[in-house]
Design a protein around this ligand. Structure first.
Ligand SMILES: Cc1cc2nc3c(=O)[nH]c(=O)nc-3n(C[C@H](O)[C@H](O)[C@H](O)COP(=O)(O)OP(=O)(O)OC[C@H]3O[C@@H](n4cnc5c(N)ncnc54)[C@H](O)[C@@H]3O)c2cc1C
Length: 479
């Protein structure tokens, strides 16, 4: 590396320090490369750490405690009077972010990974221009990994002003709980934020364009969340088209169309969370012959190479699903492929989790998808009311179930979808089972510790084979 001039050179440059980029950088450094990371924002960890996964989950956990202490009388614990200090809660959340941020910075320093703060744009096949505070403005590279993530989608009539009309980033930094909000978008971010604010005492109106929440997940698991969400002060509104938000003296008047009627509602704030789009249009890719696909993602092959084989793309910018754990996996694969290792992003499945109350988890195919894919699927459900641990995991939310889909001919596991307390923690077992080509019998014959939520996976595997222990399975008729 040539230091001390405005031009530097490196083996591998990573653009973006989110979960795709920072993981790629660490793996590339482990493999012996000289690595530089460019990020336009201060702080490492990208959207996930700074304004996504971690702040939301920190606030979900804080609001869960705030809600739980009012609902544990059944355990003999009576709490009289409690106060939520939002500024302190936000400071605690920021503390968690800061700790994770310094953890990454520390690792970077141990691996000798240099970070440049600035906005990167390709100049030619081996040169990047950097604009920003850094005195380095040109970087020459042998390999590049693009990990620039995604940006929030705007909707007309709701320009984010950071005060009355917010995006998810601003909503995660509120200093007071608003009395009322309209949240536009009933996907996973919208439902998670609704539950946080509802549990903290805000009156939430959740607007969804379709006829159900979290449309990407199995409708049966979502229906449990949908029924419960009103217990937390959230009113879902379906088939709603939000038209405009007009700032008034007291807040915002939201105009929307529902059932062919134009309606209005007055709230203190509006939060717009209608989805995210890949962040690839300002990278100068047209200058180096990389074209985006019809959804504006950067097309990549199994090695995560773009059409320029020394330039890779990972994470949200490289296609669906836009999830942090997919980005991390792709970051590792890209670094290993640069090193010539036989690595590929050929995972069979990518799990999803949503941290509602109760939580949702999903991996692999639903029953209908399995049928459409030509399998003869068989499914079974195991109710979490039959599992003692559910009653301790979240005393106010025992309802839920885990559903397993297998191929009837081979017993191979095709998918698993669940709703209930802490089910986010048990999806990895089924993910591994699918990756390894395991059968229901393999899971049922594996000893699971008691009492844990993971037993539900063993129980549902037994149940799908007609030998459930804690649910009744009809024995064959006696001859
Ligand atoms: C509110 C919210 C909650 C979420 N919750 C979850 C969750 O629970 N679980 C989950 O798996 N996912 C969650 N996600 C999604 C998750 O955050 C993303 O999938 C993940 O961050 C993608 O990682 P990435 O590395 O692709 O990019 P990002 O994390 O988006 O990082 C991209 C980085 O690139 C930088 N950058 C962009 N352009 C340039 C440029 N030209 N030059 C230099 N730097 C640039 C950006 O500053 C940014 O730091 C959530 C997202 C949001 C918004």
């Amino acid at each position: 590396m040539v230091v001390g001039s405005l031009t530097v050179e490196t083996d591998v440059v990573v653009i973006g320090a989110g979960p795709g980029g920072y993981v790629a950088a660490i793996r590339a450094a482990q493999l012996g490369f000289e690595v530089m990371v460019i990020d336009s924002q201060k702080g490492l960890g990208g959207v996930c750490l700074q304004e996504g996964c971690i702040p939301t989950k920190a606030l979900i956990s804080a609001s869960d405690y705030a809600h739980a202490i009012q609902n544990i009388e059944m355990m003999g614990i009576e709490v009289s009077g409690h106060t939520v200090k939002v500024e302190k809660m936000m400071a605690w959340k920021q503390g968690v972010i800061n700790k994770m941020n310094s953890g990454i910075a520390n690792l970077f320093s141990k691996y000798g990974i240099e970070v440049i703060e600035g906005k990167a744009e390709f100049y030619d096949d081996h040169t990047i221009h950097i604009s920003g505070q850094s005195d380095i403005n040109t970087l020459k590279f042998k390999h590049a990994i693009i990990a620039t993530g995604s940006l929030p989608i705007d909707i007309p009539g709701f320009a984010i002003d950071g005060t009355h009309i917010l995006g998810s980033k601003e909503a995660l930094c509120l200093t007071q709980v608003p009395k009322s909000v309209v949240i536009i978008g009933g996907g996973y971010i919208g439902t998670e934020l609704s539950t946080v604010l509802g549990k903290l005492g805000c009156q939430v109106h959740l607007f969804e364009m379709g006829d159900r929440l979290i449309p990407m997940l199995d409708p049966e698991i979502v229906s449990v969340v949908q029924k419960k969400i009103s217990n937390f002060g959230v009113t879902p509104h379906f088939n709603v088209k939000a038209q405009k938000g007009e700032v008034t003296q007291n807040g915002v008047t939201v105009t929307y169309i529902q059932d062919n009627q134009t309606k209005t509602i007055d709230v203190e704030k509006v939060i717009v969370v209608v989805g995210r789009k890949p962040n690839a249009t300002a990278l100068g890719l047209e200058k180096i012959g990389i074209q985006l696909d019809s959804h504006k993602f950067i097309p990549v092959n199994e090695k995560l190479q773009t059409v320029k084989s020394h330039i890779y793309a990972v994470g949200d910018v490289a296609g669906q699903p836009m999830l942090a754990h997919k980005a991390e996996r792709q970051g590792k694969v890209a670094a290993e492929c640069i090193a010539g290792l036989p690595s590929a992003y050929d995972n069979k499945v990518c799990p999803s989790v949503v941290f509602n109350d109760p939580e949702l988890m999903s991996v692999g195919m639903t029953f209908d998808q399995a049928q459409q894919a030509g399998f003869t699927p068989k499914q079974a459900k195991f109710p979490l009311t039959a599992l003692a641990k559910s009653y301790f995991a979240n005393p106010s939310t025992v309802d839920g179930f885990v559903k397993l889909i297998i191929d009837e001919k081979t017993g191979l596991i095709l998918g698993c979808h669940g709703v209930g307390p802490k089910v986010s923690e048990i999806v990895s077992e089924v993910t591994l089972a699918i990756e390894l080509g395991a059968t229901a019998e393999d899971i049922a014959a594996t000893i699971h510790p008691h009492p844990t939520m993971s037993e539900s996976i063993m129980e549902v595997a037994d149940t799908v084979m007609g030998q459930g222990i804690h649910v009744f399975s009809q024995p064959p008729k006696k001859k």
